[in-house]
Design a protein around this ligand. Sequence first.
Ligand code: SF4
Length: 475
Amino acid sequence: MSMFQDIPVDVGIAYEGERIRRPQMYLEFGGPKVKYKFELARVRKPEEVEDGKVKIVGPDIKDLPEGSSVPLGILVEVAGSQLEEDLEGIIERRIHEFTNYINGFMHLNQRYDIWCRLSKEAFKKGLNSFTYIGKVMIRLYKADLPIIEKIQVTFITDPKEVERMYHEALKIYEARDARARGLRDEDVEEFYGCTLCQSFAPTHVCVITPQRYANCGAISWFDGRAASKVDPKGPIFRIPKGECLDPFKGEYSGVNKVVQEKSLGAIKRVWLYTAFGYPHTSCGCFEAIAFYIPEVDGFGIVHRDFKGPAINGLPFSTMADATGGGRQVDGFHGISIEYMRSPKFLQVDGGWRRVVWVPKAVYERVKDFIPEDVRDKIATDEDVKTIEELIEFLKAKGHPVVERWKEKEAEKAEAKPVEAEAVAAAPEAVPQITGMTGVSISGIPMAAGGLRIILKGAKIRIDKVVIKRTGSGGK
Ligand code: SF4
C-alpha cells in the first residue's frame, strides 16, 4: 500500500493471518511468559489528543534484547465529535487487525492477554521502533473509521507502568462487561456478528448477543451495536434475529441466514446455548474452552493462561487445536469468561450444573454467577489432579452429574447384554468419541453408522480426539 512507503516492511491485508513461530521470532511482547500486558482504547476530549503522535514509555524495540519476552501496554486514544465511550471496545479490538497487517508482526488475543511477536526478518529490514507500528495503526484507523478525527498511540514497555495501567484497564473492561448484564436475548430486536477472525478461521462468524458474549471476550452486544452503526459495512454487522426457531437452544432464522452467508455456506445452523449439535463456531482467540469429559459426563473449563494439562490430561494448546478453526466441534467449545456469567451459559447441556472442573483462577472470577446449589460442588485444579480423584470429589459433594451416572447405569442395566447391537438409524445424538490421550473411556455408548457399540469396562488410549454428532436431537 502506497500510504506505507516510509515503513520498512510491507503492510497489507495479505499478512493478516501470518504466524511467527519461535525460531523466526526476534522478540515477543506479552504472551504466557509475561504477567502484565494489555491493550486499551479510550475516547478523549479533542484537546487531550495530539493527532498522529506515537509515544513510547520505556525502552523501544531496538533497545530490547533479542529473544526476550517483554511486558507491553498499547493505549489508543481517540477524539471526534461523533465518538462515544460506547465505541471504545470496538476501536480497541481493531488493534488486532491493524497490527496484523504489518509483515513480520503478529498480534494474538485481546485486552489483558495480548501476545505480539516481531520476526527476525522484519527487524533486519528496519522495523526496530514502535514508531512504525504506531504510524501504521494511526493511518489504518483514520482510513477505516473516519469518525476518528484525532488519534495518538502510546506503547508502554516500562514494567512498572505496564503493571499500574494493567490494573486500571481491568476495571475499565469490567465496567464495559457489566453494562450488558441483565439484558436478555429475548429483549432485543437484533444481534451482531463479527468476522474479524476470519483471517485465522475462514468459516468463523461470531454471533454476539446480550447473553452470549463474543468468544474473545472483547466485544459486547453494546459494542456490536455501536460498531455496526458507525461502520455498517465493516467486520461487525447487524444480524436481524428473524424468527425464533427454538428459544431453549437459541436458534434464530436470522442468525442461520447471516452465518450461512458470512461463512460462505460452511455453517448452516447455529444453536447459541450448547456445545453439541450445531454449536457456535470457535475461531482461535476464545478466552477459554468448555470441554466434554466422557468419564464423568460433564464439562471441564480451561482458560488460555492455564499452565500444564487440564483434568483430562490435555494442555490448553492441544485442546485449542481441536476446538478452533471455525468449525462446529461437539464437546469442544470456545467461550469467553463473560459468557460463563450468563444465565444462558450452555443451558441446553445443563449449564453450571454440568460443569465439574474449573481452574481456580477462573472460578474466582465467575463464582458469584454460579448457581448457589452447585457452587461448592465444582472441583478446581487445587482440589483434584486426576479423573479418579474428580470422580470421588463429585460423589462426595453430590454434584448433579452423579445423578446422570445413576440414570445411565439404570439404562445400561435394561439394555441387552451384548457388546454390539444394530439400531435402525442414528439414535438420539450421542457424542461419538474416538479416543483421548491419557484418558480411558469405559461404559460410554458410541454410535457409529448404524451400529451402537457399548463398551464395557474397556480402556482406550488413542492420540487424537474426534467427536462428531450423529443425530439431530439436543444433548
Ligand atoms: S472472537 Fe469473534 S468477536 Fe472477537 S474478534 Fe474474533 S470474530 Fe470478532
